[in-house]
Write a protein that binds this ligand. Structure first.
Ligand SMILES: [Zn+2]
Length: 466
């Protein structure tokens, strides 16, 4: 039996994770992500899928992020019939994320039609909410640490990756005619000391490893977050303003809630109300209660005083009216809303309302991509265009770094160091070229590992005649 891989994405980029394996006659797709970011990459979402979807037997998902799951509605629409295996928590998250992505696609197509800026006469969404819903019956939940037999040749096991709720490292155990082999996909790896999620599981052995390299060239200090966050919120409070936090609904919002709760408990910031104004963030937060074994907040989620997601200062605002009512608040409040880079969503009306107030502060708690409103505000632009109006920026923009959900360079190398013997092949994926080059050098220097940096659409024979 032969085993081959073809890189259909996340090869020299951080998005579009999708890897096609042929294990004998079994055709497996690991992750099924959308390309995001640069236009030349995004255009790939519209191309014919390189493997006819109806010929794929199974799909395995490491986690729910759209760059790993967002192509599923299109794959199903174009004929994929088989099951999609993912952890229980990923299953719930992926439903929320795909519906939201479908809605965004529909809105974008509608907007393009209205403005007439698309070169297409009648711009269509890549997929709709209805397409997303057609994925749901195919989702098959698996538990961490339990091998699931797919057929006589393949078993899969998910291990905790600590990146977002439900994120998994996937091990594929392959039984050939004369040999057994294992292939490990790191998925996106989380941090060793995450305040909410458990650290990535240590994997002692793999014949072939697919390693993410997002922060292969960065060391992210996570110390001092309490101090930085606390200072801005205190200063804003004493200035008589409101702290506004644009935040991603998945992972980041929950992390911020954790820190704010801790700061309030320690008395480092005043006991002012915290408003979570994002239906998606609310849905995602409630999943933490459903899946206590997926994080280490543990029993505190039952006790309302010690619960960072349910305490007297915390208010969840789901409907549009309550969201708008927050604009009447002049001081003594913290508002968290999406999207995290201020590219759309409810955060826009908050910014429209808050940016002109010099008493208010805007706290960016995640990476702000080039060209986004978040980036421009942080770079000190004097006005910000929202709803077609140039809004003066008088509020104080602040960047709180260190809140990443990805292992940094040191953590990636340490995770690799846990392998008892080095993998026969290590493919560096899910990273910009500079990140994976630097990591390749360090893995060579420190662990004497030889790695491969595959190209988009490149194929490799992993095992022959096993
Ligand atoms: Zn991810």
């Amino acid at each position: 039996m032969d085993v081959k891989v073809k890189f259909l994405g996340a090869a020299g980029t951080v998005t579009g994770s999708r890897f096609f394996l042929e294990i004998g006659s079994l055709r497996v797709l690991v992750d099924c992500g959308l390309f995001q970011g640069l236009k030349e990459n995004r255009l790939r979402n519209w191309e014919t899928f390189p493997i006819p979807p109806e010929t794929i037997d199974i799909v395995l998902l490491t986690h729910a992020h759209i760059d790993h799951s967002g192509y599923l509605p299109k794959l199903v629409k174009e004929g994929y019939q088989g099951p999609i295996y993912l952890t229980e928590a990923s299953l719930e998250l992926v439903k929320i994320l795909l519906l939201d992505a479908g809605k965004l696609q529909e809105e974008e197509a509608k907007f393009a039609r209205k403005k007439g800026y698309s070169k297409h006469k009648n711009p269509q969404p890549l997929f709709t909410r209805e397409d997303a819903e057609k994925v749901f019956p195919k989702l098959k939940p698996i538990s961490f640490d339990q091998a699931v037999k797919i057929n006589d040749q393949l078993s899969i096991t998910a291990y905790n990756a600590g990146h977002i709720l439900g994120a998994a490292i996937l091990k594929l155990q392959i039984k050939g005619n004369n040999q057994e082999k294992s292939i490990v996909f790191s998925g996106d790896l989380g941090r060793t000391k995450d305040p909410i999620l458990n650290p990535p599981a240590e994997i002692p052995f793999a014949d072939v490893l697919f390693l993410e390299t997002t922060y292969g060239n960065r060391v992210n200090e996570s110390s001092g977050i309490d101090r930085k966050l606390g200072k801005v919120i205190r200063d804003t409070y004493y200035n008589g303003g409101v702290s506004l936090i644009p935040s991603f609904a998945v992972g980041r919002t929950q992390m911020i809630l954790f820190y704010l709760h801790r700061l309030q408990q320690k008395g480092f910031i005043p006991q002012i109300p915290i408003y979570v104004d994002s239906p998606m963030a609310i849905d995602v937060t409630s999943l933490y209660k459903h899946f206590p074994e997926y994080h280490h907040l543990g029993p505190s989620l039952e006790n309302s005083n010690a619960n960072p997601f349910l305490h007297k200062n915390l208010h969840y605002y789901r409907d549009q009216e309550s969201s708008i009512s927050l604009n009447n608040i002049k001081n003594n409040a913290i508002i968290i809303s999406a999207s995290g880079m201020a590219t759309g969503g409810r955060i826009l009306h908050h910014l429209y309302n808050r940016l002109p107030n010099k008493e208010d502060s805007i706290l960016f708690v995640g990476y702000q991509a080039e060209g986004t409103r978040g980036r421009r505000i942080l770079e000190g632009e004097e006005t910000c265009r929202i709803y077609g109006i140039d809004v003066p920026v008088k509020a104080k923009p602040v960047y709180i770094d260190g809140l990443s959900a990805h292992a940094d360079q040191t953590e990636l190398v340490d995770w690799c160091d846990n392998f008892i013997s080095k993998p026969k092949f290590t493919f560096l994926i899910h990273g910009e070229p500079e990140a994976r080059e630097e990591l390749a050098g360090i893995l060579k220097d420190k662990l004497n590992w030889n790695t491969i940096s595959p190209l988009y659409m490149e194929s490799f024979l992993l095992f022959s005649g096993i």
